[in-house]
Design a protein around this ligand. Structure first.
Ligand code: UDX
Ligand code: UDX
Length: 464
């Protein structure tokens, strides 16, 4: 296998952008080109003002600033980048299918297939093709078939290299990865390809953390890792419902069980529900695969994690409605946060969307504040649901740049994202200009119960 001097990544999104920026930064002798069919997105990656990069991720702009123009490039010339690279990452999105067989569950592989066909068309010499997108098990085989049957008789070696970075901490997760997984064929050329990719990561990670497996194990591990993580959140969220009916406190339970080293303390924070581009999609994929093999019990088991998550989001919204005397019609409710978690501008599957939709169904007047999410994004998320017309969405829900002013004469505030800034607001001042009784529904458990009650709020915290 030739030495890797040029890498191309198709897809300049939340995964491709940060991952390639870190690879370029840590491997100065490798030229990394990130391509995307979305011209506007590439223009944003090339913007002079690093505050305008298309995605917000702590530490990202510094790394892009150091490497861009040296050995890190963003381009729309997909064919040229494919042609020149020895190693091509596919990092395009794989949304849940909205049509046909597997609708609502299976991953839509249309973009992956387009990429594979394009690589086959352009490649004039041997390439290593790396699946970075999360894919259903056995997708590598499909990619291999397309490449082998439509290519220019060059050799393609397919690797699976799933991404484990979490948004908001992507750079840190990449720099200090718990493990890197590389799946590939057990043939000599497969082994050489695995070693070539491993050498890229060894620029900054100890070799022991780089695990090599077969392709299917690697693909499936990604789905299973996310399913296990999401399961922990749904598990503690179901317990939060029980805590609200009893005198137990979910945080005390999380702490008590987290001290058991077999359970561990992470991913036990009760919340309004999990969101993000991966958890739901990957579990749906797992469910779909299990069902397609006739493993209905397995499918039902994992599906329950999503059912519990939907329940949690609904429960939060219903609690707001019932607490506000069973009607929110015409009442001003301020949503703090729209992103699916703090420190990201990503809103995919954010619980905020479901909560807002439920409140809008009851004709609440909603004001949204999020420090990083744009107004366009918020309306696009709501319009996508199709629950009501875009005009109605814009009439009932407004987006505000001023979180404090927004709460004037408001009936209630609902915290749906755990942005740190929310903790340090002057809650006394907010209380003073809200309508009384003033309600705060804390879906992220970020405020102190005693302080809020002392100020005079009717304060509801998930799991208490
Ligand atoms: C990633 C993964 O790739 C996905 O499988 C994982 O489960 C979630 O995260 P992400 O980087 O978050 O996707 O997606 P996104 O931010 O939408 O970026 C994908 C990019 O690929 C987009 O900018 C899109 O324009 C681009 N794209 C898509 C192409 O360049 N070519 C295509 O054919 C399709
Ligand atoms: C996840 C995986 O963590 C990552 O390894 C994978 O590559 C992509 O999917 P991400 O979706 O970016 O990453 O964020 P994550 O931190 O896992 O949070 C997912 C959701 O769960 C968020 O909505 C978060 O608020 C929620 N969550 C997480 C909780 O509600 N409670 C917790 O204790 C942890």
């Amino acid at each position: 296998m030739k030495k890797i001097t040029k890498i191309c990544c198709i897809g300049a999104g939340y995964v491709g952008g940060p991952t390639m920026s870190v690879i370029a930064n840590k491997c100065p002798e490798i030229q990394v080109t990130v391509v995307d069919i979305n011209k506007a997105r590439i223009a944003q990656w090339n913007t002079d003002n690093l505050d305008n990069l298309p995605i917000y991720e702590p530490g990202l702009k510094e790394i892009v600033g150091e490497s861009r123009g040296k050995n890190l490039f963003f381009s729309t010339d997909v064919d040229k980048a494919i042609d020149e690279a020895q190693m091509i990452f596919i990092s395009v999105n794989t949304p849940t299918k909205t049509y046909g067989k597997g609708k609502g569950q299976a991953a839509d592989l249309k973009f992956i297939e387009l990429c594979a066909r394009n690589i086959a068309k352009v490649a004039k010499d041997d390439k290593i093709v790396v699946e970075k997108s999360t894919l259903p098990v056995r997708t590598a085989q499909a990619i291999q078939n397309i490449l082998d049957n439509t290519g220019n008789s060059v050799h393609f070696e397919i690797l699976s290299n799933p991404e484990f970075l979490a948004e908001g901490t992507a750079i840190d997760d990449l720099l200090h990865a718990d493990r890197v997984l590389i799946g590939g064929n057990d043939t000599p050329s497969g082994q050489a390809a695995k070693d070539a990719l491993s050498a890229v990561y060894e620029h900054w990670l100890p070799k022991e953390r780089i695990l090599q497996t077969n392709v299917w194990s690697s693909e499936l591990s990604k789905l299973v890792a996310n399913a296990f993580l999401a399961q922990r959140v749904s598990s503690i969220n179901t317990i939060s419902a029980l805590c609200e009916k009893t005198d137990a406190n979910v945080q005390e339970i999380s702490r008590a069980i987290g001290y058991d080293s077999r359970i561990g303390p992470k991913f036990l924070n009760a919340s309004v529900g999990f969101g993000g581009s991966c958890f739901q999609k990957d579990i749906l994929n797992l469910v779909y695969i299990a069902r397609s093999y006739g493993l209905n019990e397995v499918a039902d088991y994992w599906e329950q994690v999503i059912i519990a998550n939907d329940y949690q989001k609904r429960r939060f919204a219903e609690n707001i409605i019932s607490t506000l005397y069973n009607t929110v019609s015409g009442k001003k409710i301020v949503l703090y946060g729209w992103a699916f978690k703090k420190d990201t501008n990503d809103t995919r599957e954010s619980p905020a969307i479901a909560v807002a939709d439920a409140l809008l169904e009851e004709r609440a007047e909603i004001l949204v504040y999020d420090p990083k999410v744009s107004e366009d994004r918020i309306y696009a998320d709501l319009d996508y649901l199709g629950t009501r017309t875009p005009q109605e969405n814009r009439k009932l829900l407004k987006v505000t740049p001023d979180p404090i002013e927004a709460t004037k004469e408001a009936h209630a505030i609902a915290i749906v994202t755990e942005w740190d800034a929310f903790k340090t607001y002057d809650w006394q001042a907010i209380y003073d200009h809200m309508l009384k009784p003033a309600f705060v529904f804390d879906g992220r458990r970020i405020l102190d119960t005693q302080t809020m009650k002392k100020i005079g709020f009717n304060y509801y915290k998930i799991g208490e």
